[in-house]
Design a protein around this ligand. Structure first.
Ligand code: MN
Length: 474
């Protein structure tokens, strides 16, 4: 997986001086136990670091300023152990520019009827404090996440862990750079959009390059580098020459490897973590990019075809959330409308992400009618089974909208000897007819990011962080 920043999350506890120094010491000790439990047993991808028991407006403002300016801090988790007067939080919360999780937990998971007294009540005030604090976040339109439940509860720990993955991706979003080789496919509408607005809202930098810039880089690739990667592919995939002459096959696979090496070098030099291609812009190329794209997807690069920079950036973003597990660019291709077997064949003309593979990928070389170039090499495999999400972003002129539904992935039940591309079969969970109808009605595009590594709650959390309208089809 492509490197991301070394993130951590800061834990800030709300309290006040009303109950004395001893109570504050207990608050801190209890907090340390909670953080310890989460770090040890929460399966978190990023560590939680105790920051402070905040009792004044000044101390809260100070810590939020530090959060904003420290690039390693991806977000803040707050807990109202005791009652924390929320006027103290106004200034600090207002200036906070990173994701916020209000952890509505309580130190003890039970009410100790035999020993409960006023001292206990003074200390265990989450129910009370959560509402006071929540009011200010709501009034400030903070769009923060609220996780409710006991800190030892597995469900609660999973929710925190999944939110952290979203928050880390949100921070990374402002560093996503997309290189576009060629413009959008001519005449296509939904892949277009306002790149300036996307940079303002999501932080994406989208740069255009002529395909000649990539061709120049391809001409510099050495035979040794190509042969090394060819050997790696021989070990990793099934090399299936099929009807092809073995030499013809090897030459065509090596042409994709030349493209892969050149692309990687180009992207690394410019700090790009996502890219697009366009089969209408291939001047100087021998083949359409196929296996080259797929192998870069496997490393964590975001991608979309036909100049679709929105989907390419979204792909990179969701790959970060999913730690590059089962996540890639997808296109709605064709339907099976047989009653009781309704499903969608998702694929692309070559570039299906190998993180979606459930079978060993085979390298194949076949002719391709589109693009008018030599037979491109591609990785062919069957897609994943199980629960996932399908997500897209469209630009409606006055705003971007995210459209999403949950899906059930299936393996193809029939071979398709004349369609030698990777195939991902799926059915929208809201029902095939209802799901497809609503997707179309809401203007969701044919290019999506499909992920079996994240939940719909995470997609909604992400949209919330961006202040992006998210239509979850149900
Ligand atoms: Mn397409």
């Amino acid at each position: 997986m492509l490197q991301t920043n070394d993130y951590e999350f800061w834990f800030v506890v709300g309290s006040q001086y009303l109950y004395g120094e001893e109570a504050l010491n207990t608050v801190k000790e209890d907090t340390m136990q909670i953080i310890d439990e989460l770090n040890k047993n929460g399966n978190l991808a990023y560590p939680i670091v105790f920051k402070t028991v905040a009792t004044t407006a000044d101390s809260i403002t100070k810590v939020m300023k530090e959060v904003n300016f420290n690039d390693h801090v991806a977000g803040v988790i707050t807990w109202m152990h005791t009652f924390s007067p929320a006027k103290n939080w106004i200034r600090g919360t207002k200036i906070l520019q990173k994701p916020l999780l209000h952890f509505a937990t309580q130190f003890s998971n039970t009410i100790p009827w035999q020993t409960i007294d006023m001292d206990y009540m003074n200390l265990h005030q989450s129910a009370h404090g959560d509402r006071e604090y929540g009011f200010i976040n709501a009034r400030l339109h903070k769009n923060n996440k609220i996780v409710v439940g006991h800190w030892k509860d597995q469900r609660v720990q999973t929710q925190i862990s999944q939110w952290m993955d979203v928050a880390a991706a949100y921070n990374e979003s402002f560093h996503i750079k997309v290189a576009r080789f060629g413009d959008n496919m001519r005449h296509v509408a939904v892949t277009e959009g306002d790149k300036i607005e996307a940079q303002i809202q999501f932080g994406w930098t989208v740069d255009y390059y002529g395909i000649g810039d990539l061709v120049a880089e391809m001409n510099k690739v050495t035979d040794k580098d190509i042969n090394d990667t060819y050997q790696e592919c021989q070990n990793k995939y099934e090399l299936d020459a099929g009807e092809n002459d073995p030499q013809f096959f090897e030459e065509h696979v090596k042409e994709q490897i030349r493209m892969e090496i050149a692309l990687r070098k180009f992207l690394e030099a410019g700090g790009y973590s996502a890219f697009t291609t366009n089969f209408e812009d291939l001047w100087g190329m021998k083949q359409l990019p196929g296996m080259a794209v797929q192998r870069l997807n496997e490393e964590g690069y975001g991608f979309a075809g036909e100049g679709d920079w929105k989907t390419a950036a979204l792909d990179r973003l969701i790959k970060i959330m999913a730690h590059n597990k089962g996540t890639g660019f997808m296109e709605d291709y064709t339907y099976n409308l047989v009653e009781g077997h309704e499903e969608i064949l998702g694929s692309h003309m070559l570039e299906v992400d190998p993180t979606l593979a459930s079978t060993k990928a085979s390298v194949e070389v076949h002719p391709l009618g589109i693009g008018d170039k030599a037979d491109p090499a591609r990785l062919v495999f069957d897609g994943l089974e199980g629960e996932g999400v399908n997500v897209t972003i469209s630009d409606f002129g006055d705003q971007f909208k995210m459209v999403m539904y949950e899906i059930e992935g299936h393996k193809p039940t029939e071979p398709a000897p004349h369609l030698p591309v990777a195939r991902q079969m799926f059915t929208p969970k809201p029902g095939f007819y209802n799901g497809v109808q609503q997707w179309i009605e809401n203007g969701g595009g044919h290019h999506t990011v499909m992920s079996f590594g994240i939940t719909s709650e995470q997609v909604e959390d992400l949209a919330k962080m961006f202040g992006l309208k998210c239509i979850t089809i149900q």
